[in-house]
Design a binder for this molecule. Structure first.
Ligand code: DGJ
Length: 734
């Protein structure tokens, strides 16, 4: 449907109930509707969020749905949980918001509806905003808070959005974890009381819990069936998600910036904009919710979301800090010979007065260590050109070490509370720069700008962040505004990112934060991908990547083949399995190729070639998770299906190995039942092909029965081991 027609329909829906001051406001995406009741001078009330309503259902909605205040404010109904709580200039703690007007506008394939509210007495205003994407089933909700009171108003609570969810058998799925164990799935039924998911790191926000959740509305979560509401807070800083399961028959869901130690003093006429909460609804289970998020991410949220990603080698696990010109050249030659497209030089390349030999110095001094790299970055770029690949570089620009020229020149730029000692991080000397300070913002922008100006051929930046805000104090903010630190840090971070993106729109940038500390939609508009975890153990990655895929598409999930034994878990996993796991995300390598055998290199070369064939399906396709590793069935399986359903890639990873074990036969999903697909095994290591190699099956057969996958590989005796994995490529036969 064309855009004009959609808007006419939208406005038509408003007119149906009386024009822009109509009683009901309809916010719609292709398959979902959100309905509010907004009569002028009355309260803004929430009526419905779910699958798309027909015109008839819309008209009769109020007879069956209960109403809830859409953005609950504190003060006139104190016992309830609230989204917004303030202290007015005169000390009054209450709010009473009424609808002023409703407006709607269109831009970039989205309809934005703004419901303007004003306090009944005070000149205090809230715009409740909804952006409904017309090519993805996501509605973003946020608020804009302002006032014209004589003196500042203190914001004590300022959620982005609120959603009531009818009680029933509602289950919550969310991610938790820590360094090396990010993206773990937790699923639990929502019971009476409060469930709070929050982060207080200050810098990164996904090493702990994640700022995204899914609600399965029909009992125990299922991957490919059942109604699901998904919610993702698009914020890079401290967040808080609250679910108050109340005796009134509802789960009251609030999401926004974590207000702890962050009371915000709002000046007259200043606008406080809360981050967006992205909402999705799917009647196709958790995987359906994920597909909605992934599509929206690729089209609208992720930097370069529809551009295929390069296959890279990152130097970290290969050489750690042991960077030198010859070593980098050798790694570039190796990745190029295996078919890779990009080499990324990680930590250890910089520092003049204080060369970076380990993690105890030099952050902030982004000049080449000439003792390691006598030909400088120009020499590395020349090597990359010689090998026909692109070159990328690691930086950690938000940080310094106390052992650095930067700290010597600007001790006032670091986060530090007055009268307190510095709290030091990694290497015993790391400190966080105070991004609330515009001079620090300029400096961080300049780190990237200087690199890109001097070396415009740099194709990729790995942007790391390895420390939390440990002691609360900005040397820049005034005494009265110290509680703005967390918020101002992330405003500063976003400003820098925006400047970088407007000057360097084509640069690929990875968000890394001690691994997966920055997997969130506040960061992703400026970053092309994130490092899922510092843990590259393929077996543990099956679990972490499974969870991460709930909210983030494969194109954004950096997933690398690393050495055995693994450097984090010391587990020895065969290369075939390591490859098959890495190939379910954005494929890369994190290994010293010099230590690989010719046979291993050949396997990787073949895998890279095969990945190039399937890259569009993996990176742009629709995910269908089939068997969860968390269900302990001995196997995990998922697939990606091309939007035209003419191609698919199926992954099968054994997670346990026992003699005479019985694994479930995996039924596929997402195919077209009437199409016929030829099956081809990728990354084959067996001496004999699978029974169904090259054979054709209908989508219906594959989805009803699935294929019987042998439990182990048919390889020579000395090559046998306890791991087994398969990747199948399905192509439609016309
Ligand atoms: C932490 C990152 O997660 C690693 O990948 C690596 O870049 C190191 N920092 C370098 O210090």
């Amino acid at each position: 449907m064309d855009f004009k027609k959609r808007t006419n329909l939208f406005l038509g829906a408003l007119l149906l109930t009386g024009g822009l001051f109509a009683q009901n406001v309809y916010v719609s995406t292709p398959k979902t509707s959100l309905v509010l009741s907004a009569s002028e001078g009355g309260k803004l009330e929430y009526l419905y969020y779910g699958s798309k309503l027909s015109d008839v259902d819309m008209q009769n909605l109020e007879t069956v749905e209960s109403k809830h205040t859409a953005y609950p404010e504190y003060g006139m109904n104190c016992p309830t949980e609230t989204a917004l709580a303030v202290k007015h200039a005169d000390g009054n703690m209450t709010l009473q918001l009424q609808v002023l007007k409703v407006t709607a506008s269109e831009e970039n394939n989205a309809v934005t509806t703004v419901v303007s509210l004003k306090d009944k007495v005070y000149p205090f205003f809230v715009n409740v905003c909804y952006r409904a994407w017309q090519d993805a089933d996501v509605i973003e909700a946020w608020t804009e808070i302002s006032h014209q009171e004589k003196k500042p108003v203190v914001l004590n609570q300022f959620a982005s959005a609120y959603l009531p969810i009818r009680r029933g058998e509602v289950w919550l799925s969310h991610l938790y974890g820590s360094w090396g164990n990010e993206g773990r799935v937790s699923q639990e039924p929502l019971a009476s009381g409060m469930k709070v998911i929050k982060n207080k790191d200050g810098v990164r926000n996904s090493h702990t819990s994640h700022a995204e959740v899914m609600f399965s509305l029909d009992g125990r979560p299922q991957e490919n069936a059942g109604n699901v509401i998904g919610a993702a807070l698009c914020y890079s800083g401290n967040y808080k998600l609250r679910i108050d399961t109340h005796d009134d028959g509802y789960h009251h869901f609030f999401a926004g910036i974590n207000e702890e130690n962050s009371a915000y003093t709002l000046k007259k006429d200043e606008l406080f904009r809360t981050p967006e909460l992205a909402l999705t609804y799917s009647s196709e289970g958790l995987s359906g919710g994920s597909r909605n998020f992934h599509r929206w991410a690729r089209l609208h949220k992720l930097a370069h979301g529809t551009t295929p990603r390069k296959i890279l080698l990152n130097s970290w696990e290969g050489v750690y800090f042991d960077i030198n010109q010859e070593g980098m050249d050798q790694m570039m030659a190796d990745i190029a010979s295996m078919g890779g497209e990009l080499f990324v030089m990680d930590d250890g390349w910089f520092g003049d007065k204080y060369p970076r030999k380990n993690d105890s110095s030099s952050l902030g001094d982004w000049t080449v260590d000439k003792s390691k790299l006598p030909k400088g970055i120009d020499g590395l770029l020349a090597d990359a050109k010689k090998h026909g690949i692109k070159f990328g570089i690691w930086i950690e620009p938000e940080m310094a070490n106390t052992v650095s020229e930067l700290y010597e020149q600007h001790p006032e730029w670091v986060i530090k509370a007055p009268e307190r000692d510095l709290v030091l991080g990694r290497g015993g000397t790391q400190v966080v720069l105070d991004l609330a300070n515009p001079a620090v913002q300029d400096y961080i922008f300049k780190v990237v700008d200087d690199l890109m100006t001097a070396y415009p051929a740099i194709d990729y930046i790995k942007w790391d962040a390895n420390m939390s805000i440990m002691n609360h104090g900005s040397q820049y903010l005034t005494k009265d505004n110290q509680s703005h630190l967390y918020i101002e840090y992330h405003r500063g971070f976003e400003k820098v990112c925006q400047r970088i993106r407007s000057k360097y729109p084509d640069l690929t940038i990875q968000a890394c934060a001690s691994g997966g500390g920055r997997a969130n939609y506040g960061v992703l508009p400026y970053f092309d991908e994130f490092w899922v975890s510092d843990n590259t153990d393929a077996l543990q990655r099956v679990y972490m990547q499974w969870g991460t895929s709930y909210f983030f598409p494969a194109i954004a999930m950096a997933s690398h083949i690393s050495a055995a034994p693994n450097h984090q878990t010391f587990r020895t996993i065969p290369l075939k399995y390591r490859i098959d796991v890495a190939m379910s995300g954005r494929l890369g390598m994190e290994i010293q190729p010099k230590n690989m055998t010719e046979g291993e290199k050949a396997l990787c070369k073949n895998a890279i070639a095969e990945y190039k064939t399937i890259r569009p399906v993996v990176q742009m396709g629709d995910i269908y998770r089939l068997i969860s590793p968390y269900d302990n069935k001995g196997v995990a399986s998922l697939m990606y299906v091309a939007p035209q359903k003419d191609k698919a890639v199926f992954y099968w990873w054994k997670t346990e190995h026992f003699c005479n074990q019985h694994l479930p036969r995996v039924k596929m999903a997402g195919l077209c039942p009437d199409k016929y697909y030829k099956v081809h095994e990728l990354n084959r290591i067996d001496n004999v092909p699978l029974n169904f190699e090259g054979k054709v099956f209908s989508g219906a057969y594959l989805m009803t029965n699935g294929l019987e996958i042998p439990y182990s590989h048919r390889v020579d005796y000395h090559k046998q081991n306890d791991y087994s994995s398969r990747m199948l490529y399905l192509e439609e036969m016309k």
